[in-house]
Every structure is written in structure tokens, then in C-alpha cells.
Design a binder for this molecule. Sequence first.
Ligand code: NAI
Length: 260
Amino acid sequence: MPPTPMPQDLFDLTGQAAVVTGASGGLGRHFAITLARAGAKVAVAARRSDRLTAVTREIEAFDGRAFPVRLDVTDPKSVREAMAAAETELGAITILVNNAGIAITKPLLEQGEADWDSVVDTNLKGAWLVAQEVAHHMVRLGHGGSIINVASILGWRAVAQVPAYGASKAGLIQLTRSMAVELARHGIRVNALAPGYIDTDLNHDFLESEVGQALRRRVPQRRFGRPEDLDGPLLLLASDASRHMTGSVITVDGGHSVGL
Ligand code: NAI
């Protein structure tokens, strides 16, 4: 058994190589910066190259190490090429943050097959494709690692107008558990983060609206989350601090999903 790290070193990611999907903006950008600040080399992966270059520069500005890689999580070939490029550039991937995700908000009766397919293909099938590819790398190199799936409290609580989103996140939570059971023998841990409403550029206007403010009043802490509220849970799951955790889902929602 390796020696137990000192408490102040528990969350240190020096020497680790991480991939963050959907890192061109929102939570993914923030996750990439947080992992890099903790010492990890980070492959920032998404479809928009210009945005990825900007995130890479932000990380390099504090002497962090980042590598932009184009990735469409719905395309198996893109997934294979992106993970190979990340490994060539940064070395063995030891952390994956499966963050890429989309939502289509409209009434159930107006949602078409294409709406369903794009949400489920990105949030569930895409997460599976990337996790399986990274797991192949981890098993081949025999070093284990940590896979973190970004789910949502809408994976077990329901709201109107996002049926595919809720179903995809529920599926992602169960996929987390299935992968945890099967990959433990390879030293790979698989856990999920389930955030409540986190204020990002994408949803800021909605959260500030009348409907959003009514929603806020139902959160026991009476506020929405900020991206930095996820830093501790992310670093816990990414680091050796959670070495005996796998198949867990950590809720970060100010109490939203437990209130009536
Ligand atoms: P966002 O829209 O700002 O970020 C999503 C990212 O995923 C973007 O960088 C986008 O380019 C990328 N992406 C979408 N489709 C992709 C594809 N096919 N291939 C590669 N990248 C793709 O949204 P946000 O808020 O940052 O969400 C990030 C994750 O957190 C999502 O999985 C979302 O479901 C989850 N989440 C967000 C919450 C929030 O309140 N912001 C709450 C709970 C979960």
C-alpha cells in the first residue's frame, strides 16, 4: 500500500493527465481550469477550436499545462482520434470529466425524434463513447484512473419540457454505476456529479427571469450554484481523496432536490 498523503496533499493532481469534454465554455471551461490549478495537465476537448485555444491560453497564463483537442462526442471516430491525440500529447490519461451536454427545452408534445436523438446521443451515448474509449486506454496501460460523469438533479427529479434531458441524465447515473461495478477490477473509479442549477452564461438570463427567481425561492439555500461551488466535489472525485469511492453520485444543489 502506498503511504497515505498528508491532508493538504489529498487533492493534489500533479502528474495526472485529464480530459474535459465540452471544455469550450460554461462548466467545462471551469472544470479544466480547476484541474489545471490542482496540477493536472488538461486536454480541453470540444467542437469549437477558437474557444478551446482561448481556454488553453487562460490555463497557460497561470503556468498550467493545457492542450486543445477537437472532439464531437457523438462521433466515434472523433472520440478515438481525440483521445489518442490527448494521450500522445499529455501521456496516459488518468482523469476524464464527461461534461459535454445539451438540453432542448420545449413541450413534450412538440418534441420530435431529432430533438430526442440529439440530446440522448450527446448526453448519454456520447458520454458512454468517451468513457469506454478512455477506459480502453486505462486498461491497456494498466494505471487505473477516475471517470467523472456530469449528470444533473434532473436525472431523478422531473421538470416539464426537458424529457430527453432528464432521461439522458437518469441513464448517465445508471451508466456510472454499471461502469463502476465492471471497471473496479482495473483500478478505475467511476462517479457522477449531479449539480442543481448553476449560473453560467448559458442559463443566466433564465435564472434572472421571474420564473427563475421563483425557482430560486424553492432552493433551501435560496441561491443558485456558482461554477466554483463544484470545485471541491470535482477535486474530491478526481483525486486520490476519493480512492474508496466508486459508483457514487454527489449532489451539489443547495438542497434543491431534497426540499418539497
Ligand atoms: P454549456 O452549453 O455552456 O456547455 C456545454 C459544453 O458541451 C459546450 O462546451 C458545448 O460546446 C459542449 N458540447 C455540446 N455538444 C457537444 C458535442 N457533440 N461534442 C463535444 N462537445 C459538445 O452548458 P453547461 O451549463 O456548462 O453544462 C455542462 C454540463 O453540465 C452539461 O452536461 C449539463 O447538462 C451539466 N449541467 C449543467 C447545469 C447548469 O445549471 N449549468 C446543471 C446540471 C448539469
